[in-house]
Design a protein around this ligand. Structure first.
Ligand code: UDP
Length: 242
């Protein structure tokens, strides 16, 4: 049991909002994430969230089908805003104060990304949601999470996923697969483990930001993670099997 974190960046993939549906947003899943976020913020931790868009549109996939990559990526970034607005609405409905900042200006629906303002919102206890990725094509929302975490001086990135950590091989196909308790950035990069894309990992390595990978589907996990409980896999330490 650790001492808990003060400022956290939570990365929610688009797929996390999709639940078991094949596409789009499952309102029940979003509401459940929102209620967990409410509990966590009530403890006083400052929380910023980067939202992905893979449940709606992925630039790379559209590009491989022939679309211009940069255009496809801009569409992907706009898709993340739909997710971000949905999450914002869900949080506000249960009384959580939020601000949505987008890296592509959409002043009718969101504030533009302004680093100092984002930090101020966090200090005032507001959940800051970052939409539209980094605003640049050829990047991902994982890389955005690493970038924003460094910018706002977050102590850790929470990468909430569908698995309960990082394994040495695929646990679905190999019953002897072992889960890591902790891992070095170098191990993740050298072995191409799918924690986050390599640009994101490199950015975290350079800025010494640990990444905690854990299962979002287990209720209460965001809270456990914030409290510093030993769940999932932490990238940024030494290599240890749990
Ligand atoms: N994207 C981008 N630049 C960014 C962030 C995202 O171009 O800084 C685009 C990219 O096309 C990506 C899409 O937005 O495929 C959706 O984001 P991502 O795939 O990272 O979402 P996730 O996998 O987390 O759902």
């Amino acid at each position: 049991m650790g001492t808990g974190y003060r400022r956290v960046l939570l990365k929610l993939s688009g797929e996390a909002l999709m639940g078991s549906m094949g596409y789009g947003i499952d309102p029940e899943v979003v509401n459940s994430i929102a209620s967990e976020v409410k509990e966590v913020v009530a403890t006083g931790v400052q929380l910023a969230i980067v939202v992905g868009g893979g449940n709606i549109f992925r630039g790379m996939k559209a590009a491989s089908a022939g679309m211009d990559r940069a255009t496809a990526d801009y569409i992907g970034m706009i898709a993340t805003v739909m997710n971000a607005m949905t999450l914002q609405e869900s949080l506000e409905r249960i009384g959580v104060q939020t601000r949505l900042q987008t890296a592509i200006a959409m002043q009718e629906v969101a504030e533009p990304y302004i680093r100092r303002k984002a930090i101020r919102h966090l200090e005032l206890g507001r959940v800051v949601i970052f939409g539209a990725g980094s605003g640049n094509p050829f990047f991902t929302t994982d890389t955005t999470a690493a970038l924003r975490a460094a910018e706002i001086d977050a102590e850790v990135i929470f990468k909430a996923t569908k698995v309960d950590g990082v394994y040495d091989c695929d646990p679905h196909t190999n019953s002897n697969a072992k889960r890591y308790k902790s891992l070095t950035y170098a191990h993740v990069l050298n072995n191409e483990l799918r924690v986050m894309d390599s640009t994101a990992i490199a950015l975290c390595k350079e800025n010494n930001i640990p990444i905690l990978v854990f299962d979002l589907n287990t209720r209460g996990n965001i809270h456990r993670a914030v409290m510093g409980e030993s769940i999932g896999t932490i990238v940024g330490g030494s290599c240890e099997i749990s």
